[in-house]
Design a protein around this ligand. Structure first.
Ligand code: ZN
Length: 172
């Protein structure tokens, strides 16, 4: 089920759910909530200011590091939304670490899987606390500041797909 449907953009590797919105490999998809919000907006029950209030840091991240998409913003329908990923986990800031370079995500994934393997050997009975790093993918419109959490996924349990064949050594 590991299709690379969206060839452009390095964040597309996080697109792990299929078009039916099913949960795959621990990924939680928030698209239903998103659709509900958009419906409320179109029915006039939510105002634009209630939806388009992205934090300046998020808008800045979307402009500078965001992964461009071909998806039109559902609110202003002028600009395309950009995807921004934050990683939460041990020794990271409480507001998460914004992923600014493609290799950072891969490094976190490897770190998470390494930690996971260690935990599995040391505390094999305790699976619930084994999630160490979680990535949150947020969509953000750089024009009207619409934003919404798209999905969250534990990095250590993400399907390995073809990371072996595409693995690159990061040089320091
Ligand atoms: Zn917009």
């Amino acid at each position: 089920m590991n299709s690379s449907r969206r060839p452009t953009g390095w964040l597309s590797q996080l697109t792990l759910t299929d078009d039916n919105g099913e949960t795959v490999g621990g990924v939680i998809d928030h698209r239903l909530t998103r659709r509900a919000l958009i419906n409320e907006f179109r029915r006039g029950r939510l105002r634009r200011e209630q939806l388009c209030d992205a934090h300046p840091d998020l808008v800045r991240a979307a402009k500078n590091f965001g992964d461009a998409t071909g998806v039109k913003c559902p609110i202003c329908v002028q600009d395309n939304v950009a995807l921004v990923t934050y990683v939460f986990g041990p020794r990271l800031p409480s507001h998460g670490r914004c992923i600014t370079k493609p290799h950072e995500l891969e490094e976190f994934r490897q770190l998470a899987q390494h930690t996971e393997q260690q935990r599995n050997t040391e505390y094999s009975t305790d699976q619930s606390s084994s999630i160490t790093y979680t990535a949150y993918v947020v969509e953000c419109c750089r024009s009207c500041r619409w934003h919404h959490l798209l999905r969250s996924l534990p990095m250590a349990t993400a399907p390995k797909s073809d990371t072996e064949s595409t693995r690159r050594r990061s040089r320091r």
